[in-house]
Design a protein around this ligand. Structure first.
Ligand code: AMP
Length: 222
């Protein structure tokens, strides 16, 4: 068995605002997996003012998907690096379309690896809107807050690293609706495939994050 095959690939799925980022933080903390989130990678490119960042910015702001020729190599290269180093990978926001799934599976097969389990976070649309429209994120360390339900100790400042908190550019109502449509139309079919393979675990995400995490953590320890 190759080194890559021994390290797990786990994925989190759920509509925008279902808590993927928050759960990812906890999984990374407990299991030491590497968190690979193309949304975070792209936001970092934008922050650094790279060509890729400039090309992706308006697409992201509108809540549309960045093209596969950008996303696929960017993410699979990182997956490969981590697995080859023997580290497990947590995918958050990838794959998002059937062509991305097929590209990734082909890549994983080529290095003797495969996805072991995917978590499907389920939550009603009304709850999502209020979560997203109040969300604050830390541009430096990625910590996530909410104006009402999880405010930072000092308003506007990250508890973890002291950086100024920001609202994501795409956390506006129009963009949120567009992202939900993209999820329903393009990402949902991926879950149907994982379900058929018996790899999808349903998680009720409209509960407090600690309870949601208890379910995920229990399954990952199995
Ligand atoms: P997220 O942080 O996962 O909500 O992603 C924010 C935005 O980044 C998305 O609305 C897309 O514009 C872009 N993005 C993230 N992941 C992908 C992906 N797998 N494929 C295409 N675009 C993506």
């Amino acid at each position: 068995m190759s080194t890559a095959a021994k390290a797990a690939v786990v994925a989190l799925f759920g509509p925008p605002g279902s808590g993927k980022g928050t759960q990812a933080e906890r999984i990374v903390e407990e299991f030491g997996t590497t968190h690979l989130a193309p949304g975070n990678m792209l936001r970092d490119e934008i922050k650094r003012g790279t060509d890729l960042g400039k090309a992706a910015e308006s697409i992201m702001k509108a809540g549309k998907l960045v093209t596969d020729d950008v996303i696929n190599p960017m993410v699979t290269r990182r997956i490969g690096e981590e697995l080859k180093a023997g580290r497990a990978v947590l995918l958050d926001g990838y794959p998002r379309t059937i062509p991305q799934l097929e590209y990734m599976e082909q890549y994983l097969a080529s290095i003797g690896a495969q996805v072991s389990v995917v978590f499907r976070l389920e939550i009603a649309i009304e709850a999502l809107l209020s979560r997203l429209l109040g969300r604050l994120t830390c541009p430096k360390c990625g910590a996530i807050y909410h104006e009402k339900t999880k405010p930072p100790v000092k308003p506007g400042v990250c508890d973890a690293c002291g950086a100024g908190l920001v609202k994501r550019q795409d956390d506006n109502e129009q963009s949120v609706r567009q992202r939900m449509d993209a999820y329903r139309q393009q990402t949902q079919p991926i879950l149907d495939r994982f379900e058929a393979e018996g790899k999808a675990v349903l998680v009720e995400a409209d509960r407090d994050p600690v309870t949601v995490y208890a379910d995920i953590s229990r399954r990952l320890r199995q």
